[in-house]
Design a protein around this ligand. Structure first.
Ligand code: HEC
Ligand code: HEC
Length: 358
């Protein structure tokens, strides 16, 4: 903002100075309220976390409808066609012995507006990097998130990420009973190790399929830069939604140690120690969600969604939560997410499986 001060004589100058001062204060207030993110529109500085970089999606990202052969995955005696695997109102459940009876909304969704939770989050709630791990979340936290989606307090900072919009639409179409049943089902499943974190200078070259990075054939690599690249360990199994087939997250050299300082100390005034609320081992505390061993792309997206205001909340804890991550730079977010994902899943998140129908 530029101001021209014109005036004759001392009185006018004084009067003008008062205006200048007021305008300057107003300017400061304006600058303080308009964050750089707002000025940039809703584009995030972490395109890798939202998997929205410039690469064209692979043609194989939509299932081949002409393939009606029966598919199998390791460790399951079942077989399904691709159409069954991708059936939004009853997707394949490869390992039914792993979990208790699924509520209808989880296994089959609700036609026409709500797709089965198991389609994206998997029957065991471990999830894929573009959605979210639901296993072991506190029931009250889970319900709160569904309400936040409904009321518009939780969106994606990245308008090019389409599946968060879908999630919002599902929440809006669900009844309180359906929300509670899904929260109790996923909350009762213990979260167990799912992501291997590897520090590296160079990552395998990847393509994008179904909102995920997938390794290209061959051994070509590229510099990792300030990114985390999370890929299926077995792309074929993940394409078949095998919920026994996990992920590897490549993170920059030194990021885990840097993240440890930001998470476990106050990072020289930058953060509030995460363990205060998330538990010493980031296993979750009360209704505050567990973080340890969970998808670093998911964690990073949430941190930036909080920073940008796309995800908000009014509880004192959530407001303090936002303060505790607000000063993190994109480099810090990589480090924090790498450290959190590398933490062992503590035994205390392994809640005893509970029959959700009881
Ligand atoms: C089309 C895929 C898809 C389906 C189906 C789906 N979700 Fe989601 N879900 C998402 C995405 C995407 C996110 C958010 C990811 C993000 O914000 O980065 C999400 C996030 C969530 C979260 C927040 C988790 C957290 O840690 O805060 C909850 C809770 C949730 N979903 C519940 C459900 C329930 C219950 C169902 C079934 C009725 C369901 N979802 C079906 C894609 C899906
Ligand atoms: C004052 C307590 C507090 C502190 C300190 C805190 N958090 Fe949180 N955190 C919360 C609460 C409460 C939520 C749930 C917010 C909501 O209502 O959406 C949360 C949510 C999150 C989520 C989203 C989890 C999910 O499943 O979507 C991430 C990621 C997160 N915190 C990371 C951190 C990191 C990293 C730190 C430390 C730098 C930290 N938090 C410090 C209270 C805290």
């Amino acid at each position: 903002m530029r101001l021209r001060v014109e005036g004759k004589g001392k009185g006018a100058l004084l009067k003008n100075s008062a205006w200048v001062l007021m305008a300057a204060l107003l300017g400061v207030a304006l600058i303080a309220s308009a964050s750089p993110q707002q000025e940039e529109g809703r584009k995030s500085p972490l395109p890798w976390a939202y998997v929205v970089d410039a690469r064209p999606p692979a043609s194989s990202s939509t299932p081949d409808r002409s393939d009606t052969s029966l598919k199998r995955v390791a460790g399951s005696s079942l077989s399904f066609t691709l159409a069954q695997v991708h059936d939004g109102f009853g997707p394949a459940d490869w390992h039914p012995g792993d979990h208790g009876p699924m509520p209808d909304i989880v296994a089959r969704g609700k036609k026409p507006d709500v797709l089965a939770c198991a389609l994206c989050h998997y029957a065991n709630g471990k999830g894929r990097p573009p959605n979210a791990p639901l296993a072991g979340l506190p029931v009250a936290y889970f319900i709160q998130q569904m309400m936040d989606y409904k009321k518009g307090y939780r969106k994606s900072a990245e308008p090019r990420k389409p599946n968060t919009e879908k999630m919002i639409a599902f929440a809006k179409a669900m009844t309180d009973e359906e929300i509670r049943a899904s929260a109790e089902y996923f909350g009762s499943i213990p979260y167990s190790p799912w992501i291997r974190v590897v520090e590296t200078r160079n990552v395998p070259k990847t393509r994008i399929a179904r909102g995920m990075y997938v390794k290209l054939e061959g051994r070509e690599t590229e510099p990792i830069g300030n990114r985390i690249i999370e890929v299926p360990d077995n792309a074929e199994a993940t394409a078949l939604h095998d919920d026994h087939s996990g992920f590897t997250a490549y993170v920059p050299i030194g990021s885990i140690k840097k993240g440890e300082a930001l998470v476990t100390t106050n990072g020289g005034g930058k953060t509030i120690q995460c363990g205060y609320c998330h538990g010493d081992n980031l296993e979750g505390l009360g209704d505050t969600p567990p973080l340890a061993g969970r998808s670093p792309s998911y964690i990073a997206r949430q941190i930036y969604d909080f920073q940008s205001g796309a995800r908000s909340g009014f509880s004192t804890l959530t407001v303090t939560m936002i303060q505790s991550i607000d000063k993190l730079t994109p480099e810090d977010i990589v480090a924090v997410a790498a450290y959190i994902a590398s933490r062992p899943v503590p035994a205390s998140t392994k809640a005893a499986p509970r029959n959700p129908s009881k």
